[in-house]
Structure formats: structure tokens, C-alpha cells
Design a binder for this molecule. Structure first.
Ligand code: NDP
Length: 444
């Protein structure tokens, strides 16, 4: 980096101890160097300096009382990163690992992802270090209510519209929305991922996983490959992983492995998704219990073992930095020709390098998993219209959005002389639209 190294240095200096945020910014700025060369007016207007600094960050106390009557205190976050092209939009994550660095990396990525969807949404992200695992229904509800008792003043249907992420599904959105509605005394689309009977959009549950497969199918078709007849591994067994696996099966591929944070399962007969849904969506069980119902399947302790399983296509759908350089080499030597990132930043920089060097078709998270937020934006549209589209209508819109994202990312890569590099293409295409908007709107 020549022009943008100064911006990176400032990010490192101003945000110490935020490794995930540094990693996300570094990857984007590296791709944007040729854009900075072509647009000196954007450099002069400080677009690059401004885009790495959140417009607003809120950190707040979340007190609640557990089932034993003890007071618990968690920390809540909302980072409103960029509103140049629309209201802030991005999920809320509940996981014990959550800290400012993780929320900022996610919020930063969200700016470009949301821009790529072609819909008018800015970037933001939020969360808490609360761990829903092992908590009772009552505890989860009281926590969500306390979280919303502060968050409500920072969000709204035209201001900031949060959704789910790790640890936040339909149940948590329901409890948060209930409290939001009670305090505001209005029924508006201030959260997405709502229940279908109270403003949610059909396909929202499936959207990230389905969208990932639509994107990868498009990318693979351009190189004469497809899911049909392919062996696939999908890490994670949460919302994104389950619906990615479902679409792989519908497109004629066979998912043979899935995981959770404890370990992974391999089923030579193909993963039975009814079992996984029952275990994960209804019973909240560990993935190891899958082998109790499917005796030919095997369980391996430790989540990273999944990358040793031979496959044609890998879909990392669990969490950040789950796939490192060594795992990437193993995948390549086992013949893996495509990797689609369902999770946010699942591949380390070393892994990305291995994939790009070996000609693997790499669908970067910003582009490949944008189907979730795109469908959330469709939920916002339906809420504004007080109307709802059918499953088929939303699914058709999702498919067409994912095709457009692929087209825009691959065209940007071609235009900047890195044809086939969708990592760079997605960063550039996502950035250019936001940069134009920021430029037009002056120094704010
Ligand atoms: P969920 O909470 O539904 O599922 C997360 C899954 O990942 C769980 O199975 C979890 O296992 C597993 N997991 C967590 N850490 C690890 C690890 N270190 N190794 C292996 N597995 C692990 O979350 P989502 O499916 O919603 O999110 C998954 C990823 O997709 C995240 O990166 C998220 O940011 C991203 N994403 C989600 C979108 C959405 O619409 N939901 C949209 C775009 C991106 P365990 O139960 O053991 O914790």
C-alpha cells in the first residue's frame, strides 16, 4: 500500500488492541489502493480516513437478574458505522467472545456488504458478551428486555434497524421487539428477522444460507462448475449453516459434514438435515448427538477437524477466523475447488492467500453472505408498505440480488485488472457506491 498506508497506520494507532478490526480494515484498504490512485478527489475529501471511523459507538450496561435472584451485568454495544446510503443496518450478536473489536470489524464489513446488495442501507452492528447457552427462557427474556431498555433510544425504522446474528435468532428478536414496542408505543419495522405473523418476511430465516448458494452457483457456473454432484462440507450448525446445507441438497450437491464449537460430524450417507434442525432449532443440543440417530456417522472432537474431510466445495458458516492457512492447504490438496464464506471473515489472511494462489473460486463473505441482510431490507420494504410478499416472490428477489452482487463484484475485479479475484472485486464495488455518496454529501 502506498497511498492508503497512512490511513492504516492511523487505524492501528487510534484503535489499539482491536485485532479483528485491524484485520478487516487491512484487507479492504489493500484492495482499495488502485481505487485511491484513480480517485485523488476521494483521497483529498478524506473518504478513506472517514470510512474507517464509525459515525457513532454506544457502549452500555445491561443489568439483569438470574433465576437464583443474583444480579448479573453484561456489556452491550451498538456501532453505527456509516449512513451514507441509508439507515444503519446490521445484526446483533450475543456470544461471550463479543468485544468492541469484533463489533467494529463486523460493522465495518457491513458497510460494503449492504452497499453490494443494491438496496439503500447503511452499515452497523451490535451485540453483547451475554451467552444464551445454558440460560433458561426467563433469563434470556429478561436479558433481551434489559438490552432493549437502552438500545431503543438509538434505533428506529429510519435510523438504525438491527437484526439477528450469532446467538440471536427468532426468539431473541421476539423478546427485544416486544420491549421496543412497549416503550415506543408504535408498531414499526425497527428490527428485522421478526416472526412471520408480526411483520417478518418469508425467506428471512433461509436467506443467508440460500443466498450463499445462489452466489456460489453463479460464480462456479462461470468456471464450468456447480453444486450438482459435488461433495460439500459446511461448518457450523446454526442458522446460516442449516439453510446453506438445505440449498446445497436442493441444487444436487451432498453435504457430508457439519460442526459446532465442540466438534464435527461426518456422515458418508449425506447429513440428514431433519435431524440437525430438530437438534439445533428445537432441542438446542450439541452436534455430537447426531451420531446417536445415524450410526454410520462419526463424531470428531474439535471444530477445525472438518477441514480435513475430503470435499469439492467448503462453506465456512460458523465464525471469524475459523479456517486458517494450514486448513486451507489441506482443503486444496484434497481437491477442493470452491470456498463460499457464509460466516463473516471466516478465512484468515493466510487462508485467503492459499485459495487465491491455487485458483480456488473464493466467494468472500461481504458478497456471498449478503442475502441475509438483503432480505432484511426486503422485510423493511414490506413493513413500510404494510404488505407482504409470498415465499416465491421474496426468493426470486433474493436470487436476482445475489446474481447482481456476483456480476458487480466480478466486473469491478475485471475493471481493476484483477479478474477472478472476487475478494478485491467485492471490496471495490461495495466501496465505490458509498464513496460517491459520501463525496456528494460533503465533509460530515
Ligand atoms: P448461529 O448462532 O445460528 O450459529 C452459529 C454456529 O456456529 C453454531 O453452530 C455454533 O456452535 C458454531 N460455532 C461458533 N463458533 C464456532 C467455532 N469456533 N467453530 C465451529 N463452530 C462454531 O449464528 P449464525 O448462523 O446466524 O451466524 C454464523 C455466521 O454467519 C456468523 O459469522 C455471522 O456473523 C454470519 N452471518 C449471519 C447472518 C444471518 O443472517 N444469521 C447474515 C450474514 C452473516 P455452538 O452452538 O457450539 O456455539
Amino acid at each position: 500500500m502506498k497511498i492508503l498506508q497512512r490511513v492504516m497506520d492511523q487505524v492501528l494507532k487510534r484503535n489499539p488492541h482491536e485485532p479483528e478490526f485491524h484485520q478487516a480494515v487491512q484487507e479492504v484498504l489493500e484492495s482499495l489502493e488502485p481505487v485511491a490512485e484513480r480517485h485523488p478527489e476521494w483521497v483529498k475529501a478524506g473518504i478513506f480516513d472517514r470510512i474507517v471511523e464509525p459515525e457513532r459507538q454506544v457502549i452500555f450496561r445491561v443489568p439483569w437478574v438470574d433465576d437464583n435472584g443474583n444480579v448479573q451485568v453484561n456489556r452491550g454495544y451498538r456501532v453505527q458505522f456509516n449512513s451514507a446510503i441509508g439507515p444503519y443496518k446490521g445484526g446483533i450478536r450475543f456470544h461471550p467472545s463479543v468485544n468492541l473489536s469484533i463489533i467494529k470489524f463486523l460493522g465495518f464489513e457491513q458497510i460494503f456488504k449492504n452497499s453490494l446488495t443494491t438496496l439503500p442501507i447503511g452499515g452497523g452492528k451490535g451485540g453483547s458478551d451475554f451467552d444464551p447457552k445454558g440460560k433458561s427462557e426467563g433469563e434470556v427474556m429478561r436479558f433481551c428486555q434489559s438490552f432493549m431498555l437502552e438500545l431503543f433510544r438509538h434505533i428506529g425504522e429510519d435510523m438504525d434497524v438491527p437484526a439477528g446474528d450469532i446467538g440471536v435468532g427468532a426468539r431473541e428478536i421476539g423478546y427485544m421487539y416486544g420491549m421496543y414496542k412497549k416503550i415506543r408505543n408504535t408498531f414499526t419495522g425497527a428490527l428485522t428477522g421478526k416472526g412471520i405473523t408480526w411483520g417478518g418476511s418469508l425467506v428471512r430465516t433461509e436467506a443467508t444460507g440460500y443466498g450463499l448458494c445462489y452466489f456460489m452457483e453463479e460464480a462456479m457456473n462461470s468456471r464450468g462448475k456447480s453444486f450438482k454432484g459435488s461433495t460439500v462440507v459446511v461448518s457450523g450448525s446454526g442458522n446460516v449453516a442449516i439453510y446453506a446445507a438445505e440449498k446445497v441438497h436442493q441444487l444436487g450437491g451432498r453435504v457430508v459434514a457439519m460442526s459446532d464449537s465442540n466438534g464435527c460430524i461426518y456422515d458418508p450417507d449425506g447429513i440428514n438435515l431433519d435431524t440437525v434442525k430438530q437438534m439445533k432449532e428445537l432441542e438446542r443440543k450439541r452436534i455430537r448427538e447426531y451420531v446417536n440417530c445415524h450410526p454410520r456417522a462419526q463424531y470428531f472432537e474439535g471444530p477445525s477437524g472438518i477441514w480435513n474431510i475430503k470435499c469439492d466445495i467448503a462453506l465456512p458458516c460458523a465464525t471469524q477466523n475459523e479456517l486458517d492457512g494450514e486448513s486451507a492447504k489441506t482443503l486444496v490438496s484434497n481437491g477442493c475447488f470452491a470456498v463460499g464464506e457464509g460466516a463473516n471473515m471466516p478465512s484468515t489472511p493466510e487462508a485467503i492467500e492459499v485459495f487465491l494462489k491455487n485458483g480456488v473460486i473464493l466467494g468472500p463473505a461481504k458478497a456471498a453472505n449478503a442475502g441475509g441482510v438483503a432480505t432484511s431490507a426486503l422485510e423493511m420494504s414490506q413493513n413500510s408498505m404494510r404488505y407482504s410478499w409470498t415465499f416465491e416472490e421474496v426468493d426470486a428477489k433474493l436470487k436476482s440480488i445475489m446474481k447482481d452482487i456476483y456480476k458487480n463484484a466480478s466486473q469491478a475485479a475485471k475493471e481493476y485488472n484483477c479478474e477472478g479475484n472476487l475478494v478485491a472485486g467485492a471490496n471495490i464495488a461495495g466501496f465505490e457506491k458509498v464513496a460517491r455518496a459520501m463525496y456528494d454529501q460533503g465533509i460530515v
